[in-house]
Design a protein around this ligand. Structure first.
Ligand code: 3HC
Length: 311
């Protein structure tokens, strides 16, 4: 009965085991997983747009091939995650409609423009770097399909981060103009990258419950701190600085102190008032509409192959 089912669920969570699609789960657990996995999937798909705009402008065939591979990877990450969401009983069609209608979220970072080619490197280094900080713990998330999708995604994400860092280090060994382009790009993306980890724990309505259910293994502030500590030595090796006068090593804490992101800006971007929100959703809506004929053809083909009368 229900008491036993709840007890089984709690025991599975308590021993950090996986909850699988056929297991009983509280409606609220299912709901918060649909919310997070869908947003994660939407982020991967929307995230193709900012750097995708530079595929036709890459400075060499090598850079174009690497960028093409990375953007295609993001599409694949979106599909793994939509498939994980489908095991919770929501269809990809439904989730896509919620996205284009602005009723589900995607990561704030993709609402910032990519104004120079150095942004392609900065996104790889900092945005995919932040995603790695956030996604490695998610490999141990309590919902089976989500955690397993993360394992594959994290392997590909490390290639994304390395290619971005390598692109920037190449530019840093180039001309003064290239060095200036890299620094200008880092100045634009540093604070929005910190906002990827979500609001401060004190303003995070989902963190406590997500930690209790093992959906999250670390809080927003923990992962943000881990990302800052990881990025500072990389910036030094690159020869760039971060636009934060409060950023310094704190030997007592064993971590870097850093300034406060602009949380008013964060709220506005999440609300839909960021620099690129409108164009990102319009692009996604247009791509969905342009792809309707492919879905119709695939469905018609599948129907034709199905024996008459079969479901
Ligand atoms: N952008 C947009 N919305 C955000 C956000 C951000 N950076 N950070 C938080 N929010 C939203 C939350 O979704 C929540 O709104 P909701 O209740 O309507 O969903 C609200 O702000 C309050 O935030 P909480 O901290 O309470 O929410 P969570 O507990 O869900 O924590 C999170 C936010 C850390 C982003 C968590 O949802 C998470 O880990 N998500 C999965 C990972 C993810 O989405 N990473 C970013 C994707 S980037 C990427 O993967 C592409 C890469 O390949 C480049």
């Amino acid at each position: 009965d229900l008491v036993d089912l709840e007890a089984q669920f709690e025991a599975t969570i308590a021993r950090s085991d996986r909850i699988e699609p056929r297991d009983w789960m509280p409606d609220a657990y299912r709901k918060t997983l649909v919310r997070q996995v869908a947003q994660h999937a939407h982020s991967e798909i929307i995230g193709m747009q900012p750097e995708g705009a530079w595929i036709t402008r890459a400075p060499s065939l090598r850079r174009k091939a690497i960028l093409l591979a990375k953007v295609q990877d993001e599409a694949g990450h979106g599909l793994y995650l939509y498939s994980a969401a489908e095991t919770l009983g929501v269809s990809r069609q439904e989730l896509t409609e919620l996205l284009v209608e602005g009723r589900q979220k995607y990561s704030s970072i993709f609402n910032y423009p990519t104004l120079s080619y150095a942004d392609v490197g900065t996104i790889g280094w900092l945005v995919d770097g932040a995603a790695i900080c956030n996604q490695v713990p998610l490999c141990r998330t309590s919902y089976g399909p989500y955690g397993r999708a993360m394992i594959r995604i994290c392997k590909e994400e490390s290639f994304h981060q390395r290619q971005g860092y390598e692109l920037l280090s190449t530019m840093m060994r180039g001309t003064d103009e290239q060095r200036a382009m890299v620094q200008e790009s880092v100045d634009r993306f540093w604070w929005p990258a910190l906002m990827m980890f979500g609001p401060p724990d004190a303003d995070s309505p989902n963190t406590a419950q997500s930690m209790a259910w093992g959906v999250k293994r670390n809080t927003n502030d923990d992962l943000r701190q881990r990302f800052v500590d990881m990025s500072v030595p990389q910036a030094e090796a690159l020869g760039v600085t971060f636009p934060d006068p409060a950023l310094r090593w704190n030997a007592e804490r064993g971590h870097h102190d850093f300034g406060e992101p602009d949380w008013d800006e964060f709220v506005q971007v999440v609300r839909g008032n960021g620099p690129c929100n409108t164009q990102r959703l319009a692009h996604r809506r247009r791509a969905h509409e342009d792809g309707a004929w492919v879905r119709e053809a695939a469905t018609a083909f599948a129907d034709r192959r199905r024996p008459a009368g079969a479901e």
